[in-house]
Design a protein around this ligand. Sequence first.
Ligand code: ATP
Length: 445
Amino acid sequence: MADADRMEKLVSLCKRRGFVFQSSEIYGGLGSVWDYGPLGVELKKNLKDRWWRAMVHSRDDIEGLDAGILMHPRVWEASGHVAGFTDPLVDCKQCKQRFRGDDPRIKGTPGQPDARCPVCGTRGTLTAPRMFNLMFKTFMGPVEEDAALVYMRPETAQGIYVNYLNVQQASRQKIPFGIAQIGKAFRNEITPGNFIFRTREFEQMEMQFFVRPGTDEEWFEFWRHERMQWHLALGIRAERMRFHAHGADELAHYAKAAYDIEYEFPFGWNEFEGIHNRTDFDLSRHQQFSGKKLEYFDQERNERYLPYVVETSVGADRTALALLCDAYHEEEVAGETRVVLRFLPSLAPIKAAVLPLVNRDGMPEVAKRIHDDLRGRFTVFYDDGGSIGRRYRRQDEAGTPFAITVDGQTTQDGTVTVRHRDTLAQDRIDAGAIAGYLTERVAPD
Ligand code: ATP
């Protein structure tokens, strides 16, 4: 299947089955904001819960935080975002399209007669790049004046830096330790696109690990491997992921070293997680701008220092997209094409469907009882509409790993069949054993 085709099919499946809808669609849509539907919200929640378990609950040295989206505007001056979080913007005077100045499709130098517009192909119509700040601005309070200007955070990290001593003191952590946070971030991207890959509102899962200067390179290596292992454990194919080390010309203003973890999306290799050695850049800037000492006192060594920070920053939406792309399969079964999303059972939005084989002979009543019993412990779905084959295929498309069917035998001996999404194998088990059977197979791993 051609890659563009695969992406188109995935986007249409996401809408049809309720994973992702375009924002404000009845008004013609809002550029690059997407809404997660009933299945999408479960998938993303499973992903975020899994990250939280791995980063916070299963470690003694990482604490959680949920900071506000709006912060004191000086935060963004200190972080360098007011001055430096910019992209070069280029306009075509002919077709009115906008591009990032570093768009690889632009041939020649924008602003010069030789430059050619990548959309309409006209020469000499591209403006010279103008720097454009990606932060969304709004006003706090009733008066829209500069003094009331606040920004929608473009990353969650700064909420962690300004709280690091609060968290450290409240939790009595000792360096090395980390702070993790999941939350929305906003960037007024010039060229958003590729579905939920690059959007203007998105969710980040970020962890900042505070270490003694001099131990940062070791921790950087630790975290970069740890994060790759986490993605592999999501079931994402190893051959579709790779590291990309930032060269000196790519490094962000705060970073001493950086690796991206890239996934081979249908539209090419692209970053979905960044691991950065941010040194003491952010803390020293906040110390300077706030006038507050942010040093840590290391009792064991009897010394004060500003910690270095190793950051792991992953997009929940981009990871959800990588999962969807990786899980999407089309295959022939008994002469028919079926579409199946092969999520890990622990990540699947619905764990099991409960289906009466036919709508008579007491089967719907038994199936409803089973459904009611499972609901609340598992995400389950009751479906009695259409042929059993069609109902199985609907669940395959939603990525539901198990389908429990109540048939004629159930009413005689109390057993049901459990159909496996990937192998199509069927087990016959006692209806009373379903909950245990599911627990074993869908529990978070
Ligand atoms: P890019 O180069 O793709 O713009 P970035 O290097 O600016 O990304 P970071 O600032 O390192 O990204 O952000 C960390 C993570 O946040 C990214 O790996 C990505 O998963 C997510 N992310 C960043 N920008 C967006 C966006 N506009 N839409 C969706 N996710 C995003």
